[in-house]
Design a protein around this ligand. Sequence first.
Ligand SMILES: CC(C)(COP(=O)(O)OP(=O)(O)OC[C@H]1O[C@@H](n2cnc3c(N)ncnc32)[C@H](O)[C@@H]1OP(=O)(O)O)[C@@H](O)C(=O)NCCC(=O)NCCS
Length: 143
Amino acid sequence: MPNEFRIRRGLDADLAAVEEIQQGAPEAAHWQVNEYLQYEFYIAEVTFPKIEVVGFIAWREVTTGEWELLNLAVFPAFRRRGVASVLLMKLLQLQAGSAFLEVRESNQGARAFYALHGFHQVGLRRNYYSSPIENAIVLRFQK
Ligand SMILES: CC(C)(COP(=O)(O)OP(=O)(O)OC[C@H]1O[C@@H](n2cnc3c(N)ncnc32)[C@H](O)[C@@H]1OP(=O)(O)O)[C@@H](O)C(=O)NCCC(=O)NCCS
């Protein structure tokens, strides 16, 4: 299995792959993927044995110095190889201030991932999610 990947801005041509990754991540937010193009949007791709998009991240500025992570997901076969960590580093390197996100309360994997990267719980939104209804944990990273 390939271990090397690179990060670059996401393009229109990546949207079909991003849709597939999103479909493989029921815990994640589900956007119309073309909406990502209007925000900060980066993908991770492997180059061997073929060029393949394996993960993506999207965020937006909510107000000066406040950023909202809209989505982050990695294709299941490529998880636990550091792909999401490198994607998240892109946001944390590029932006100063606070980064916020919501995560499903039951999404223990993502919560462990964000805790590892220095995010802390700052709120809880009851019944925030639908299909299924679930609380959202609000996390914040302060740079
Ligand atoms: C959460 C997610 C993005 C992590 O992607 P990833 O590329 O596997 O993450 P990384 O390999 O960079 O993980 C780095 C570390 O985070 C922690 N971590 C990541 N996934 C974890 C999991 N499922 N359970 C526990 N810890 C986890 C581990 O400490 C891991 O290091 P290790 O593999 O050496 O133990 C991925 O599981 C995913 O796409 N999930 C579905 C979508 C989702 O829930 N997105 C978040 C929405 S807010």
